[in-house]
Design a protein around this ligand. Structure first.
Ligand code: ZN
Length: 260
């Protein structure tokens, strides 16, 4: 499932290929099952406007202009934003299309469920409405320590609560805990301030490194968990065994030797 770094890579594609072009139409794709899309009136608001800027908050991607309107996109489980030229035709599973003047198009491709596209007045208005917490790369150390250090459930679940900390999901919460040697079931309240500070640093370090590769995992260091997310695999840090468990209903991978 796309998280902050994957959303950032998708935002970059809009920034690179879709700005300063007048929108001539916005329409659903051929396949609109299992997805929330803007209705006729909302889509109509986009026509005649240009996207002049983009924004990302956690896993959410925005494109719009100073006076609006904006699109807000959640990539769901497998979604992506794909600029293309009219001649090339849209990608498969295109759920939503924006047609710019000339040949440029933008598709929201989403083979599986849970993604959505909305037309909103501004990024902040939407972030406030859905009550998302601070972005994981923007949150201050103090607020992070407070929010995670007072969480009662499993630490992995705390890191993934978008209303407290926006941007981290299954993959990168596992990677953070793997680096720190912390069992995903530990509670935030069991960690001291120094451990929480180290977690803050690890979170930023990991997210920035993935952003820098534009979420190309093959470019990430070999001793990261991302390359060994298999039950029974050998831990690239200590030679222990990687185990799959359920934490808060999600699959968690961790090393039974060096994470406790
Ligand atoms: Zn290990």
């Amino acid at each position: 499932m796309p998280e902050l770094p994957e959303a950032e890579a998708n935002r970059l594609r809009i920034a690179r290929d879709c700005l300063n072009r007048t929108i001539e139409a916005a329409k659903p794709g051929d396949d609109t099952d299992h997805i929330e899309l803007p209705g006729d009136n909302e889509r109509g608001r986009l026509v005649g406007h240009q996207f002049t800027q983009t924004h990302r908050h956690g896993k959410l991607i925005f494109a719009g202009s100073g006076t609006g309107p904006w699109i807000a996109v959640h990539l769901g489980m497998t979604g992506s934003l794909r600029p293309f030229e009219a001649d090339d035709g849209p990608p498969d599973y295109a759920k939503f299309l924006i047609l710019f003047e000339g040949e440029r198009r933008l598709a929201f491709r989403c083979p599986r469920k849970l993604g959505w596209v909305r037309v909103v007045d501004s990024p902040q208005a939407e972030i406030d409405r859905i009550e998302f917490g601070p972005d994981a790369l923007e949150i201050s150390r103090d607020v992070f320590v407070e929010v995670i250090g007072t969480s009662r459930g499993a630490i992995k679940s705390a890191l993934m609560q978008q209303k407290k900390l926006a941007g981290i999901g299954n993959l990168w919460s596992d990677e953070i805990l793997f680096r720190l040697g912390i069992d995903p079931q530990r509670k935030g309240t069991q960690l001291d301030e120094e451990q929480l500070g180290e977690m803050y640093d690890a979170m930023r370090n990991i997210l920035r490194a993935v952003v820098d590769t534009q979420a190309d995992y093959s470019k990430l260091p070999e001793d990261w968990l991302i390359h060994t997310r298999d039950e029974g695999a050998e831990c690239p840090q200590c030679g222990g065994k990687i185990t799959r468990t359920k934490v808060g209903g999600r699959s968690a991978f961790h090393c039974t030797r060096h994470q406790d």
